[in-house]
Design a protein around this ligand. Structure first.
Ligand SMILES: Cc1cc2nc3c(=O)[nH]c(=O)nc-3n(C[C@H](O)[C@H](O)[C@H](O)COP(=O)(O)O)c2cc1C
Length: 404
């Protein structure tokens, strides 16, 4: 057994830690990628390349804020701005030469539904020294208009076809990156596995309209029409902390349906706790984009340290033993006991008398909370155990108590 508690096997590759930068601006060129390598990231998935380099609109990022704090971001950016040859002939060899040997480099490719493009791209990437190849069948904007990205990823037949085609061009492990812009990801994941996928990555961004500038009635992020004057926008891909619940849902569903396929978890991972949540629903490597864009690559220190301390504190000997730990407890709604004798209780020392729970329970609940001597008090007879008070309490002052 390795003395490094964060080491993990994924699709036949040994990662020194599970953290990768996902395919996005932080992996756009060797400068970024080598900096990540120096700072201790386990690996990267390079910015996706296709046959033709991309030119992007400006601006192309929008933000969702809550009380001034960014909680989500959308983008209308496409793929790598550099031709395939720059990656295969200059950049990947440079990264391979200068990055430590245990730094994992995954190539990301995209093509149209015709198999030839996938085979050719996979072939050219396998000759570069990449450790694995990720198939981007999940970009939700721009690409689908060209019958690429999520256009393919929403159709199991096409996913199977392009996965088979990519496998034909390479002996490297192939990861298929899935789109959350579907009702059920499981049939798509199964199709990828039928096509020969060695692992799955989930999730790519969620198709979204981030907001409207109400002063000018203009959708965001503001870009420009082809005349370069008219302000326009389009649907983009949503990511960051706000998408974590969607990522956890999809990753847990594919982990349950396909227990033998390794999953790289993506979507709103911003610290070691959100990372651990993904591990517990079945991911064995983790990819991060937004948090690295917002806070810089040095977040890797806190991720590695936090996760190591957690393993120690909980007595987990290996990272692998955390993977899927929460899955057996995710059941169906029908299998849940209805109306167990459970009520909310206020932890007096933590209550700041803000009255948020009183207001919420009056109008969104069962009128079960009153203020008494500057502390919220719950009427057990009226409390229905719904949990709304805990949702609005910002002081972590609510606990749940079994009444018998
Ligand atoms: C600006 C931007 C560009 C992206 N470009 C790509 C891309 O080229 N290929 C890809 O597979 N995913 C791309 N993504 C999606 C991310 O890799 C990731 O799946 C998504 O942002 C969710 O992770 P996060 O919540 O940590 O940001 C991009 C995301 C952003 C924000």
């Amino acid at each position: 057994m390795s003395s490094n508690p964060l080491e993990i096997e994924f699709a036949g590759i040994t990662f020194k830690n599970p953290f990768m930068l996902s395919s996005a601006p932080p992996t756009m060129d060797p400068r970024h990628i080598l900096r990540a390598a120096r700072l201790g990231w386990g690996g990267v998935v390079m910015k996706t390349v296709t046959e033709e380099p991309t030119v992007d609109p400006r601006t192309r990022l929008g933000v969702l804020r809550k009380n001034g704090k960014a909680i989500g971001m959308n983008n209308i950016e496409l793929l790598s701005r550099k031709p395939l040859k720059t990656w295969t002939e200059d950049w990947i060899p440079k990264i391979r030469k200068e990055a430590p040997e245990d730094f994992i480099f995954i190539a990301s490719i995209m093509s149209s539904p015709e198999p030839e493009g996938w085979t050719a791209l996979a072939e050219s990437m396998s000759q570069t020294g990449a450790d694995a190849i990720e198939l981007n069948v999940s970009c939700p904007h721009g690409s689908p208009e060209k019958h690429m990205g999520a256009f393919i990823g929403q159709d199991p037949t096409l996913v199977e076809q392009v996965t088979k085609a990519a496998k034909k061009g390479t002996d490297l492990p192939v990861l298929v990156k899935l789109t959350p812009n579907v009702t059920d990801m499981v049939p798509i994941a199964e199709a990828a596995v039928r096509g020969g996928a060695d692992a799955l990555s989930a999730i790519n961004t969620v198709e979204s309209l981030i907001g409207i500038d109400i002063e000018t009635a203009t959708p965001l992020p503001i870009a420009y029409g082809v005349d370069k004057k008219e302000q326009l926008s389009t649907y983009g891909g949503f990511c960051g902390p706000a998408v974590k619940p969607l990522g956890l849902r999809f990753v847990s569903q594919i982990a349950k349906a396909l227990p033998d396929i390794p999953i790289s978890g993506i979507g709103g991972i911003e610290d070691w706790t959100s990372a651990t949540e993904y591990l517990m629903v079945g991911a064995s490597t983790l990819q991060i984009c937004t948090a690295a864009m917002w806070h810089g690559f040095s977040i890797i220190k806190g991720l590695n340290e936090g996760l190591t301390k957690f393993l120690e504190r909980k007595g987990y000997k290996t990272l692998d033993s955390v993977v899927g730990k929460a899955l057996p407890k995710i059941t169906t709604w029908t299998a849940l006991s209805k109306l167990p004798p459970l009520v909310a209780g206020v932890i007096d020392e933590k209550c700041t008398a803000c009255k948020k729970c009183v207001i919420a329970c009056a109008d969104g609940g069962f009128l079960a909370i009153q203020m008494r001597e500057k502390v919220a008090v719950i009427n057990n007879e009226k409390c229905d155990g719904c949990g709304l008070c805990a949702v609005v309490c910002e002081d972590d002052a609510i606990e749940f108590i079994h009444t018998n």
